[in-house]
Design a protein around this ligand. Structure first.
Ligand code: GDP
Length: 139
């Protein structure tokens, strides 16, 4: 089933100039980039994006981190895009991530873990609409 998912290349990765390497791994996983831009989130945008985690002890640190530098937001399309991107990303904590995954290759720790990917098609639709309008999805 062709599906869309939402991706963020996080500030720890853009800071280390890893955008190209990560996008290559995304494409090698069979995903097509149908929209993409580089932005710098405000604290408010980061808090809105991660609102589901607002009761977590790491919420302040996570939202500070997410607006600490530029990010690359994109919409990815492919067969079972949500789960295939989650698989390509690897576990949240890089210590638990499989070899060959993006997080195993690049993440610094459980917070600075280089990438975000939606966890379900419904979340993907909400997250895509948070950053892109229909005219920006061109692929
Ligand atoms: P994901 O779907 O794999 O990104 O993981 P979650 O939805 O559980 O968490 C969202 C993001 O919050 C993660 O990608 C991390 O950047 C961060 N995060 C998750 N767990 C922790 C934690 O225990 N401590 C800190 N500092 N950050 C965390």
């Amino acid at each position: 089933m062709t599906q869309r998912t939402f991706s963020i290349i996080k500030p720890d990765a853009t800071k280390r100039n890893l955008q190209g390497a990560i996008l290559k791994m995304i494409q090698d996983a069979g995903l097509r980039i149908v929209a993409m831009k580089m932005i710098r989130m405000t604290k408010e945008q980061a808090e809105g994006f991660y609102a589901v985690h607002s009761d977590k002890p790491f919420f302040g640190s996570l939202t500070d981190f997410m607006c600490s530098g530029p990010v690359v937001v994109s919409v990815l399309e492919g067969e079972n895009a949500v789960s295939s991107y989650r698989q390509a990303m690897g576990a949240t904590n890089p210590a638990n991530a499989d070899e060959g995954t993006i997080r195993k290759s690049f993440a610094l720790d459980i917070e600075k873990n280089s990438v975000h990917g939606s966890d379900a098609p419904e979340t993907a639709a909400v997250e895509i609409a948070y950053f892109f309008n229909q005219l920006e999805i061109v692929g």
